[in-house]
Design a protein around this ligand. Structure first.
Ligand SMILES: Nc1nc2c(ncn2[C@@H]2O[C@H](COP(=O)(O)OP(=O)(O)O)[C@@H](O)[C@H]2O)c(=O)[nH]1
Ligand SMILES: *[C@@H]1O[C@H](CO)[C@@H](O)[C@H](O)[C@H]1NC(C)=O
Ligand SMILES: *[C@@H]1O[C@H](CO)[C@@H](O)[C@H](O)[C@H]1NC(C)=O
Ligand SMILES: [Mg+2]
Length: 410
């Protein structure tokens, strides 16, 4: 019996609460916003008489009622202009992808467009060793706000050079597979690394541009970027940039550094004074410390990559065969080039570009920045001050002040 009574009490209480709520919500002292309903692209007021006229109807707010302040006010009332003013740079996004990467690259494009390119409308070049499918072109061109271009990589840039000993290369792949080295037994991954190291910037579609921003499938941007990063690079005389840096797996590059030393011995004129050797070597060049910029994100200057210095460098490395006899990645290849052949201050760390590529995150250090730029990354995920990152070393070598609050976000 007692149980049933309690049950009834609950029902009565609930009914009273509903009635009370009804009175409160319909009371004129607490105005509720009247949102227009939209139908077929034409804004329509809930007030039928207004909807009957052809002019788009504004939301009907009775003069006596003040707009609701029941929600947290958004201080910026007007939305920023959808398009940034000013001239555009000679720049493009560039993506190397397979047709099967379609949904992963769609996700990346959406991030880049939402956080940056919807305002700047830069072009996007897609490169592939195969023909792009119509489905790939249809989807990606619908997502990019600038022009899209699709290029096929010539066979010579995606195959074994004639000086490579196929048996030796095959044996290495077998050994690396046994050692469980990531992509150790992959041929296509090696072609990809060689292509990104030495050829993408010479593709005919890329020859039309001076600046590039590399984007890979399934990457994310977590903060708004409100200025033209290409223009920043040009105005500040930057040639190469990064968001994440780390140590390379030694097993993939055992003879890379010796090959680089042979190159610098042959072409001492290509090594620039005031470079970042200190960032990649702790013994003045005797050995490589394996620090590299993570090249799945890059904003850089194509004319630098097309310079005699870089081409001589790539050609030397390519002839040594390490793209196939080992598994040299384009990240250490680009990074060593930037560290030796660019002046220190031609390399830029984009602390303000919040970036993710599995499994690492760069989340900008500094809470105020993150709030101001609507960042959605967790500062605890930031890799920069982790022991496996080389970014702290970059700050030290360049005698840069670490961003405020970095100790707290350690
Ligand atoms: N066309 C083409 N693109 C490739 C191939 N392998 C990798 N890629 C692209 O090269 C880039 C790096 O490859 P990814 O699989 O992301 O390597 P990871 O980031 O090192 O794990 C991505 O943009 C891929 O879409 C391939 O065989 N053909
Ligand atoms: C863009 O840069 C490329 C490479 O430097 C150059 O050939 C081309 O003329 C430039 N285009 C414009 C419009 O400046
Ligand atoms: C460097 O050059 C020397 C002399 O030509 C050669 O014997 C050596 O094998 C080269 N090392 C690498 C890693 O290419
Ligand atoms: Mg990737």
């Amino acid at each position: 019996m007692a149980g049933q009574q309690r049950y009834l009490r609950y029902i009565v209480f609930a009914l009273v609460a509903i009635v009370l709520l009804f009175f409160i919500s319909s009371s004129s002292s607490v105005p509720s916003a009247q949102w227009p309903t939209y139908k077929g692209g034409q804004p329509q007021s809930q007030d039928q008489s207004a909807a009957d006229s052809n002019a788009p109807a504004a939301p009907q707010t009775p003069q006596s009622e003040k707009p609701s302040t029941g929600t947290t006010p958004n201080p910026g009332n007007a939305l920023p202009p959808a398009t940034a003013g000013g001239p555009r740079m000679n720049a493009t996004f560039v993506t190397l992808a397979r047709n099967s990467d379609i949904w992963e690259i769609a996700e990346s494009i959406r991030h880049v467009e939402d956080r940056f390119n919807r305002k700047f409308n830069y072009d996007w070049v897609f490169l592939n060793d195969d023909d792009f499918s119509d489905e790939f072109k249809k989807l990606t061109s619908s997502l990019v706000s600038g022009k899209t271009k699709y290029g096929k990589i010539p066979k010579e840039h995606w195959s074994f050079p004639e000086w490579i000993d196929q048996d030796k290369a095959a044996k290495v792949r077998e050994e690396m597979k046994e050692k469980k080295i990531i992509y150790g037994d992959s041929i296509s991954y090696r072609h990809m690394c060689r292509y990104e190291s030495g050829f993408f910037f010479r593709h005919p579609l890329m020859m039309d541009y001076e600046w590039y921003w590399r984007v890979e499938p399934s990457v994310k941007l977590f903060c708004d970027i409100e200025y033209d990063t290409f223009k920043y690079m040009a105005d500040n005389k930057k040639k190469y940039s990064f968001t994440l840096s780390l140590y390379e797996y030694v097993e993939t590059i055992p003879t890379l550094w010796d090959t680089v030393k042979n190159f610098t011995a042959t072409y001492p004129q290509h090594v620039v004074k005031g470079n970042s050797l200190k960032w990649i070597s702790e013994d003045d060049g005797k050995t490589y410390n394996h620090c590299h910029f993570w090249s799945n994100f890059e904003i850089g200057n194509l004319n630098w990559l097309r310079s005699d210095a870089y081409i001589d460098y790539f050609t030397s490395l390519d002839h040594a065969g390490g793209f196939f006899y080992e598994r040299w990645g384009d990240a250490p290849v680009h990074s060593i080039a930037a560290a030796l052949m660019l002046k220190k201050d031609e390399i830029h760390f984009f602390n303000d570009i919040a970036y993710y590529h599995v499994p690492f995150t760069h989340c900008p250090t500094g809470e105020q920045y993150r709030l101001d730029h609507k960042c959605s990354c967790n500062p605890k995920d930031n890799f920069d001050w982790n022991g496996y990152s080389c970014t702290a070393r970059f700050y030290e070598v360049n005698e840069m002040e670490k961003p405020e609050g970095y100790e707290k976000e350690h």
